[in-house]
Design a protein around this ligand. Structure first.
Ligand code: CIR
Length: 253
């Protein structure tokens, strides 16, 4: 179960965020309203939400998940793979001190975006991606190993981050799209396959037996509900324009 979440408010520079989609430039005012609704959804799932101030220096800083990974035993500050995002970690590292865990940093030449990190109980699957390199994954394994966690790499072929295409919904249930539907690493899980026209919804988020699903992806929402989950749809269209999904807008622990 999770008790806490940390989010970072969108900055007005969000409109200059990194994007590979052809969905257009995000509307900042609308993004702020969607962010409010997202926070309310986290609270509805029982989380106490810490809201960090916007960081105008970094257009993509609202996607806080990429900068940090929190376990019960430690906080890992990442080293984002895109150079334009690297400086986001400074303010996040300062803010995370309040949670009373040792703060450990991934260092050069390692790179790691925590959007590539998917936890399944005491194991962490980590996407080997354009953003996360083998050195970064090795450092994460060294950091988490002493606490009894294991780490393995999954090479990505088509998605930005591992969790762009696959989300663990607990109960041995994996929501998966594309290359992950029949991925040998996930053969032991119950796979909930997301249709191609709803690929974006493969990034849904389990929180305390509820699942946040992006609004407008009804087939995926019905699929998740059919497996016994209470679902909650959240409109994050402005963040989708920057390739950001539901998970990357928060840290949950
Ligand atoms: C980026 O390209 O880094 C941002 N525009 C989107 C990051 C999304 N993060 C994530 O999926 N974990």
């Amino acid at each position: 179960m999770f008790t806490s979440a940390v989010v970072k408010r969108p900055c007005s520079n969000l409109v200059n965020g990194i994007r590979s989609t052809n969905l257009g430039v995000p509307d900042f005012a609308r993004a702020c309203r969607q962010h409010d609704t997202y926070i309310a959804a986290l609270e509805a799932c029982g989380l106490s939400v810490t809201v960090l101030a916007p960081d105008e220096g970094f257009a993509d800083s609202v996607f806080i998940e990429d900068t940090c990974l929190v376990t019960n035993e430690c906080t890992v500050i990442t080293r984002p793979g895109h150079p334009a995002r690297r400086g986001e970690t400074r303010s996040v590292a300062q803010a995370m001190v309040r949670f009373n865990r040792p703060v450990i940093e991934i260092t050069a030449p390692g790179t790691l975006d925590a959007g590539d990190v998917m936890r399944v109980d005491h194991h962490f699957y980590v996407g080997l991606s354009d953003r996360t390199n083998a050195e970064g994954i090795g450092q994460l394994a060294q950091i988490l190993g002493p606490f009894g966690y294991t780490v393995s790499a999954i090479a990505l072929t088509s998605v930005l981050h591992l969790k762009t295409g696959v989300s663990y919904l607990e109960n041995n249930c994996m929501l998966a799209w594309g290359e992950f539907v029949s991925h040998p690493e996930f053969a032991g899980f119950t796979i909930l396959a997301v249709d191609d026209d709803e690929a974006y919804a493969a990034n849904s988020v389990w929180i305390n037996d509820r699942v946040l699903v992006p609004e407008g992806f009804e087939k995926t929402r019905a699929l998740i509900a059919a497996h016994g989950y209470d679902t909650l749809a959240v409109d994050v269209s402005e963040f989708q324009k920057l390739d950001g999904g539901l998970s990357c807008l928060s840290l949950r622990f």
